[in-house]
Design a protein around this ligand. Structure first.
Ligand SMILES: Nc1nc2c(ncn2[C@@H]2O[C@H](COP(=O)(O)OP(=O)(O)OP(=O)(O)O)[C@@H](O)[C@H]2O)c(=O)[nH]1
Ligand SMILES: [Mg+2]
Length: 348
């Protein structure tokens, strides 16, 4: 999963990035920071205690921090070029909104106003989508002129559909809040439009606002402080967090919310060699889950042996779980549950 950090200039994107990621995947690129966060999941620790594997593989989320030039964002010039290409690739976006006072860091609009900044940013996403939809409608119109009669109908239909989407955008309704029919949704999907992506808001707060309430799609993180904490040894971090009254790290908050926002769940593969967490979308079948591991496993899929996390912990040993009848044989269609432990049997 890849999540892109966006925000007005100097809102704290890079500071958030440094607070939540550990390993840099690609230091070669001058402009874009790509980093990985390991997903902390206490269930992994419990499974490791049972199976004592040689290798432990936690789920990973990739965060991408793209610097914005002051003239590009917040000034309705739309998002374009390489910046647009990167954002289009992302599974979700996180908008970093400045909510810290810092006289040394000027704000492009001079004052701190989180509603205004968030609105500005959302309008930028919508504006970028509008540009793309407009271009497409223009193309279709010129195609229509030279089209054969039997083609005309479908072109006119697409123009109508896109015009509807365009009007909604002009009324500032992001794609993800538009009530589109299946056909139109499919067309729009192919354009990888930015306002269609799940969006999480991060308020980059001061230390004295630490107990700011989080909501469904907004969390507050004191990026500066989190960055400093992330550089400390684990024990010191815990001690400082406790004394500051921060229950959960910014990184964990952000990842938890992202999972919820994107409807993501985890399943596990276990054994003496490796205990590994896999991230899938809620509603995925056993066959699709198998495909996450390897396309060969999906192709040759026979059955999946599945046991729920709680049952595994209670039975402690796979053999015991089998004896108790807790290890089930499931077919291709089985819908994976969060925490399932799965072993896929397949024809090589
Ligand atoms: N006081 C305070 N300062 C912060 C905080 N977060 C970031 N800053 C400062 O704000 C400045 C900008 O932070 P960056 O993380 O570089 O912001 P950015 O959004 O990546 O900036 P650009 O990439 O240039 O758009 C830096 O000088 C940070 O030290 C915070 O939570 N509190
Ligand atoms: Mg930056």
């Amino acid at each position: 999963m890849e999540i892109g950090l966006i925000g007005l200039p100097q809102s704290g994107k890079t500071t958030v990035f440094e607070a939540i990621t550990h390993t840099l995947k690609d230091k070669s690129s001058k402009n874009t920071n790509i980093g990985i966060s390991r997903v902390e999941d206490p269930r992994i620790d419990e499974l490791v205690a049972l199976f004592d594997p040689k290798k432990i593989s936690k789920a990973e989320v990739t965060f991408v921090d793209i610097p914005t030039s002051p003239e590009s964002l917040g000034k309705s010039q739309s998002i374009s070029g390489e910046y647009l290409n990167i954002l289009q690739r992302m599974d979700a976006l996180v908008e970093v909104i400045r909510y810290f006072d810092n006289p040394a860091v000027p704000h492009i609009f001079e004052t701190i106003d989180i509603k205004r900044d968030s609105k500005t940013l959302k309008e930028e996403l919508i504006f970028s989508d509008l540009t793309i939809i407009d271009k497409r409608i223009e193309r279709l119109n010129s195609e229509l002129k030279g089209a054969r009669n039997d083609k005309k109908e479908s072109i006119i239909k697409e123009i109508d559909q896109l015009t509807n989407v365009k009007e909604n955008l002009e009324n500032n309704i992001p794609i993800k809040d538009q009530d589109l029919d299946k056909d139109t949704a499919e067309i729009v999907w192919n354009f990888q439009l930015l306002s269609a992506k799940p969006l999480l808001s991060v308020l980059n707060i001061d230390e004295d606002k630490i107990n700011h309430e989080d909501s469904q799609d907004t969390i507050s993180i004191c990026a500066q402080l989190e960055k400093e904490l992330a550089e400390m040894p684990e024990e010191d971090q815990l001690m400082f967090r406790e004394s500051l009254g921060i229950e959960e790290s910014g990184k964990n908050k952000l990842i938890d919310k992202s999972y919820a926002l994107l409807n993501l769940i985890s399943f596990f593969t276990v054994g003496p060699d490796e205990v590994k967490a896999w991230t899938i979308t809620q509603g995925m079948s056993a066959l699709e889950a198998a495909g996450q591991i390897h396309s060969d496993i999906q192709k040759g899929f026979i059955k999946a042996e599945v046991i729920g996390y709680q049952n595994m912990i209670e039975s402690k040993k796979m053999a015991e779980a089998k004896k108790l009848g807790l290890l089930r044989l499931e077919g291709k269609e089985y819908l994976m549950n969060d925490g399932d432990i799965a072993h896929f049997m397949f024809n090589k």
